[in-house]
Design a protein around this ligand. Sequence first.
Ligand code: MN
Length: 491
Amino acid sequence: MENKVFWFVVGSQFLYGPEVLDTVAKRAAEMAEALSSGGILPCKLVYKATVKTDAEITQIMKDANYDDSCCGVVTWCHTFSPSKMWIHGFDILQKPYCHLATQYNRKIPNEEIDMDYMNLNQSAHGDREHGFIAARMRLPRKVVAGYWKDRPVQEELAAWMRAAIGYDFSRKLRVIRFGDNMRDVAVTEGDKVETQIKLGWQVDYWPVGHLVEVMNAVTEAEVDAKMAEYQDRYDLATDDIASVRYQAKEEVAMRKILEREGAQAFINNFQDLYGMDQLPGLASQNMMADGIGYGGEGDWKVAGMTAIMKKMAEGLEGGTLFMEDYTYDLEPGNEVSLGAHMLEVCPSIAAQRPRIEVHPLGIGDRQPPARLVFEGKEGPGIVVSLIDMGGRMRMIIQDIEVIKPILEMPNLPVARVMWKPAPDLITGVKCWIQAGGAHHTVLSTALTAEMMEDWAEMMQIECVHITKDTTVSGFKKELFFNDIAWKLKEF
Ligand code: MN
């Protein structure tokens, strides 16, 4: 993430003379520098130019498109910048766009203010002209408003930058499918070509037989090195070392294939483990701990989202992980959801050092797999589901509060996370089901709903958000109107 930058482009015109333009440029450079070194933005904001002509703007947007390190463009108008000259540039811009509606000075100086001051300090004026053309062109964009030195403004810009990092990552994402998705299941299906067009992911199949081939070529030394890593990261709470070594072998092989193919996410399916002795459990968990996306039962959509959201969360406190709603505790007034998976819960949310345990798996007809067992750490978070509505993708976000599990559940042999969904479990479940949200989600206590909404806007996909204020009837109307709006938007 630290190698990525954002460009700060300041709009103006020749009307004010070179002195004003010099001042604007100097101040813009000062602002970009201060914002970059303020400790809140995840990436540098680089001042590029004070632009005055159609040609300058077109060139800078072309350059932004072609520069791989540039993840987005932030604009601002210190003075007035007639917007017709922005049309061509905005039309060709292929990077995320944010309008920072701010002002160099916080206060209006009583004595100093005269018409020269007004000419120089007219962001209230300039930013409105600038905003109009983006509205007129229906550009997906973020508007961040407020005084640039203020923390909430910088935090909002930082959140947008993380979404833009997710956009950049999504455009290059490759997902490896070790097997197809689970038989008969609908929600894990989807249009992979449409996904590549809209989100950029290349989702390809590799036969499980190929994975077994690569596994068979893994050396004992490679397994030893992986075992040392496991012991460094986790507590070994089993005598069945052979099972743990088998997971190590699976992990080494899967990583080799992902690396070779330039992939950052993968899926497998317990129904398709031909030639394998164990469903990867610990192996998948340890890969997720390093930022690799995963989806169970062939769910490549959740695998891709897990990888993207892990990238967006880089450097933040909290966990980001593949999750599944399993079972409820319906104590009136204290309803909670218990999430887990048959094995593959990422330890990024672990409240304590995870234990490696070996237990039989009720399904899949294979040997008992080694897995990590732990409890999720509490905190506010979100769950996110991406579904294929036929012709378009819908993202559903729900605010949640991860809590310390209210039970010990000593016989549950998997990692577990417990949470209260917004606005309450019952209403939340109604809304989630109305929207078609999957049982597989990405749960994050690092990212905010705002970041995911920004990301969805950049990707130009539908996004709905279940919050503390959501009602079933209001939410159903939103889904209904969205359906019509998105049908009109298909072109
Ligand atoms: Mn599942």
